[in-house]
Design a protein around this ligand. Structure first.
Ligand code: TIU
Length: 221
C-alpha cells in the first residue's frame, strides 16, 4: 500500500517495500561531551532535541517493516582513510584519532563511535560506516539500496546541514527520492538547521521533501 506523507513542498507517496529509513550519525561522538562534536567547539546539547523524534520514527519504521540503515562517521584505527585536510582541523590534542574521554575521537571500534543507546541498531539492521560526510562517499550504500529495490529514503539524524544534507544531495543525484524528517534532525547551529531544510524543499523540492515526524508517523501508522 502506498503511504502518502504530508510533506513540503507537496505531499509525496512512498511504498513501504521500496523505502528505507536512514538514520545519520546519531553517535556518542556527536551527541555526548568529550567527542568529535565538542572537540570542534560545539554545544552538543543542541542535538538532543532530535533523539525522541528519531526514536519514534525508528519504532514506526520497524513496525511497518521498512529497511533500516544506521550510519556512523568515523575512520579506521590506522587512519589510512582520514584525509590529512580533514584531520588537520580542530585544536591539537582534540583531533580525529586523539584520545578523549570516550576513546580515540571518531575512530571505529571506540566507545565514542557507537550509536547512542537510545537508538541502538536491532539485529538485521544495516550499520554503515562512512569516512566522509555523505553516506554514499566510499561506501556500499548505493549497492545495498539497489539490491533491496529501494527508491525512497526517509532521512533523520545529525547534523542537518553537514552529514544529512550531504547525504540527501548525493542520494538525489543518484535518483532516490528523499524525505528529510525535520524535527528528527538537528544542528549545532539552529539557523543552519532551518536553512538546510529550506534548501532541500526550495525550487519545487530541488533536493527532496521535508516533513515533520508527526506526518511520517501518521503515514507509517
Ligand atoms: N560538524 C558537524 O556538524 N557534523 C559532522 O562533522 N558530521 C556529521 O554531520 N555527522
Amino acid at each position: 500500500m502506498p503511504m502518502p506523507i504530508a510533506a513540503e513542498p507537496h505531499a509525496i507517496q512512498v511504498e513501504p517495500g521500496r523505502t528505507a529509513l536512514v538514520i545519520i550519525d546519531m553517535q556518542r561522538d556527536f551527541l555526548e561531551a568529550g567527542g568529535f562534536g565538542e572537540s570542534l567547539g560545539n554545544d552538543v546539547a543542541l542535538l538532543h532535541a532530535a533523539v525522541a523524534p528519531c526514536q519514534a520514527v525508528l519504532a514506526a519504521a520497524r513496525a511497518a517493516g521498512l529497511l533500516v540503515i544506521h550510519t556512523r562517521e568515523g575512520h579506521r584505527p590506522d587512519m589510512a582513510d582520514c584525509p590529512p585536510a580533514k584531520w588537520a582541523r580542530g585544536p591539537e590534542g582534540m583531533r580525529i584519532g586523539d584520545r578523549g574521554p570516550m576513546g580515540r575521537i571518531l575512530i571505529r571500534g571506540e566507545p565514542g563511535h557507537d550509536i547512542i543507546p537510545e537508538l541502538a541498531p536491532a539485529p538485521g539492521e544495516v550499520v554503515l560506516d562512512k569516512p566522509g560526510k555523505g553516506a554514499f562517499c566510499a561506501t556500499d550504500l548505493d549497492l545495498i539500496l539497489r539490491s533491496k529495490g529501494i527508491e525512497a529514503l526517509l532521512v533523520c539524524g545529525v547534523t542537518t546541514e553537514v552529514c544529512v544534507n550531504t547525504t540527501v544531495r548525493e542520494a538525489n543525484d543518484r535518483g532516490y527520492r528523499c524525505v528529510v524528517v525535520a524535527d528528527a534532525c538537528a544542528s549545532y547551529f539552529p539557523a543552519f538547521h532551518d536553512a538546510a531544510l529550506a534548501m532541500v524543499k526550495a525550487q519545487g523540492g530541488i533536493f527532496g521533501w521535508v516533513a515533520p515526524s508527526g506526518a511520517v508517523l501518521a503515514a507509517l501508522g
